[in-house]
Design a protein around this ligand. Structure first.
Ligand code: ZN
Length: 672
């Protein structure tokens, strides 16, 4: 209140000192400082008088100093975090009890508050503009690159969240992450009326590997039985009726239909299987899945009061994407309810020769890879990539095959570090020049299997983007891409070429049509999953005191409702809770919308690449544009803002056999 009175006088004082030409800067700067200044910070007036910069040369030098400083701060803190998580992220042997504690530590948790307390943040807020999402969306088109860099500089100080609140969120996140990373199902130990459908040693992490196995089973003579067993397992995970003891336990047999558990006969236990207690208990997992999610929610919620512009975790998630929630929901709903859905479904029915069923949510028959049994692909990738080093060595060849010049391929390959992952694999960026992005890939004892390879190619796409958007961007304050959806889109561009990179298929017109249909079906699938994720967070905000069991019931109900609304008309299976299976909902909350957005974006980018004729240089041109708002990035990349139109039109064309002409030729008709 003191400060509210102080503001006008301070502004007047600065104006008489520096002249009216500084009027707008003075007014904005003083307001920005006073909004986040606390009495414990000292005398605001004294600080403002001493630190307002009117001289353009000094302002320029200050900007440059800060840009260089933040590259070092962010880059080194990122490295520290990567090292703290090394034991839990990498497959380097059994975990020590201290490892999860280390991975939960966020060394930079205090950084923002330290920057406030040291007044660096206030110097920035006093001299550089803080711009709301609305302003960025409305006027960003007219900003210079330098102005965009200033927006990013001040933007990180739009909220002042206490370090202990951030620490708690980091701990909850790491805890959920580890819970998921160890959520394996030993498939040989699933019993179907006493029969074992899956091979020895097959250990699948939920949900990624379970879903991918279900997809691969279309090419298997025992596919239908296997798929139905996987669906039962998934449903039991979502509803938490899975017996707790069978999780990651190769010493127990489990019949997921009868839900009965028995000690596995010694002859069926894999050699070298991890030590586990063989306790034949069918006691259900006690809603642990939802306790982890609730812990993340409770931790995230504590930041709300310190974030006036985006006062919920949901709002912050969309503020971070720089696409408003309503726009995301409407893009996803446009896909889910598109008139092409029943047409694609009809085509799939024709190809399968039967009515569609629940598992066809993950129909895989448009994938060229279904022609090759998984075993054949496994044999190829295992032989080629026995260890992480062999994959690393092959990166220059992969990149040249994707159209990068040799020198560029070598430049990128020299900046990607390959590590063995404990979980399903991921890509980790770098944030300062001199440090390198890391590719984490899962390699089993007998080499990289096809699933691992497919993920590795995806992650490599991330890494290549990360190299360009750090090493070649004009302002390091603009490093990266607008948001995760763009990262994913660029990774999909690589992943879509995984078989070509093995030398297996030359894409012809038909496989191009199929690729479009496959993309569409996947987008349709995950769009609903993303809406469930968002709806679950709204439920938690509406029921802040909910228990894990109540959250479980809510997730099951929300999943059923979305299924019944969008999927049941096409696939049947009323009231299945299947949409709740994605591990992201637990370990990476509010991230899922980035996947369908990623597909839409990928589609726009693919078209551009086709137009340009070669992937490499186009990929580089797009990636090095850096982090501006999504629509502007997209205009630079492809000439038009983000839209579901290209995917839907291309799907329509693929259905009518015009796959090669997928490029949009007419403006999209507006949809309500
Ligand atoms: Zn990815």
């Amino acid at each position: 209140m003191e400060q509210a009175r102080e503001g006008p006088a301070l502004k007047q004082e600065l104006l008489s000192k520096h002249g009216d030409s500084q009027g707008e800067r003075v007014s904005r700067g003083v307001d920005q400082v006073l909004a986040l200044w606390r009495p414990t910070d000292g005398d605001a007036g004294e600080f403002i008088r001493a630190h307002f910069i009117a001289d353009p040369n000094v302002l320029e030098a200050t900007f440059q100093r800060l840009e260089a400083t933040f590259e070092q701060l962010d880059g080194h803190f990122l490295e520290i975090g990567r090292e703290l998580r090394r034991p839990t992220d990498l497959d380097l042997g059994p975990l020590l009890t201290v490892d999860p504690l280390l991975s939960g530590l966020d060394a930079s948790a205090h950084l923002t508050e330290d920057l406030f307390q040291s007044k660096v943040a206030f110097e920035i807020l006093l001299n550089f503009p803080l711009v709301s999402l609305e302003e960025r969306l409305a006027h960003g088109r007219d900003y210079s690159r330098r102005q965009w860099a200033e927006v990013r500089l001040a933007g990180r100080f739009s909220r002042r969240i206490p370090p202990e609140v951030q620490q708690e969120a980091a701990r909850a996140g790491a805890d959920a992450d580890l819970y998921i990373a160890q959520y394996n199902i030993w498939m040989h130990h699933l019993l179907a009326g006493g029969e074992r459908l899956f091979p020895r040693g097959l250990r699948l992490i939920s949900h990624w590997n379970l879903r991918d196995e279900l997809k691969a089973d279309y090419a298997d003579p025992h596919g239908p039985e296997k798929q139905s067993q996987i669906l039962r397992v998934m449903e039991r995970i979502v509803t938490q009726t899975i017996p707790a003891e069978v999780i990651d336990n190769p010493r127990l047999d489990w019949d997921p239909v009868a839900n009965s558990v028995a000690v596995a006969p010694p002859g069926e236990v894999e050699e070298g299987a991890p030590k586990r207690e063989a306790k034949a208990s069918d006691a259900p997992e006690p809603s642990t899945r939802y306790a982890k999610l609730l812990a993340s929610f409770q931790a995230a919620r504590k930041a709300d009061p310190y974030s006036p512009i985006a006062p919920t975790a949901i709002a912050r998630s969309f503020e971070g994407r720089e696409i408003p929630e309503e726009r995301v929901v409407s893009l996803l709903t446009e896909v889910l309810t598109s008139p092409v859905v029943p047409k694609v479904a009809e085509l799939i029915e024709k190809r399968l020769g039967r009515k569609l069923q629940i598992q066809d949510l993950w129909y895989n028959g448009f994938q060229p890879r279904s022609k090759h049994p998984e075993k054949e692909l496994d044999a190829i990738t295992r032989k080629r990539y026995p260890n992480p080093e062999s994959f690393a060595k092959d990166i220059p060849r992969i990149l040249q095959k994707l159209g990068f010049e040799k020198s560029k391929a070598d430049f990128v390959a020299a900046r990607v570090v390959v590590d063995p992952a404990r979980g399903a694999g991921h890509a980790m960026p770098a944030a300062r020049r001199g440090d390198f992005p890391h590719l984490r890939t899962r390699i089993e004892k007998d080499g990289m299997n096809y699933k691992g390879y497919n993920v590795a190619v995806h992650e490599l796409g991330h890494n290549v983007e990360q190299v360009f958007s750090l090493y070649e961007v004009d302002h390091t304050l603009l490093q990266g891409v607008p948001n995760n959806a763009f990262t994913e889109a660029l990774a999909f561009v690589f992943q879509a070429r995984d078989l070509e990179l093995l030398g297996l298929d030359k894409p012809d017109a038909e496989s191009d049509r199929f690729r479009v249909l496959n993309d569409f079906w996947q987008t349709w699938e995950i769009a609903g999953v993303a809406l469930v994720d968002i709806a679950v967070w709204h439920w938690m905000y509406d029921h802040p005191d909910g228990t894990p069991a109540q959250l479980r019931d809510a997730v099951v109900q929300i999943s059923k409702d979305h299924w019944n609304k969008f999927y049941e008309p096409v696939l049947g299976g009323r009231d299945t809770p299947l949409l709740g299976i994605y591990s992201h909902m637990i370990a990476y909350p509010l991230y899922l919308a980035d996947y369908p957005l990623g597909h839409l974006i990928a589609f726009q980018i693919e078209e551009q690449v086709k137009k340009a004729g070669v992937l490499g240089p186009e990929f580089e041109r797009m990636a090095k544009y850096g982090s501006v708002v999504p629509d502007l990035w997209m205009v630079n990349a492809t000439g038009s803002p983000l839209s579901a139109g290209p995917l839907l039109r291309a799907t329509e064309n693929a259905l009518s056999g015009k796959g090669e002409d997928a490029r949009p030729t007419a403006p999209r008709k507006a949809k309500p």
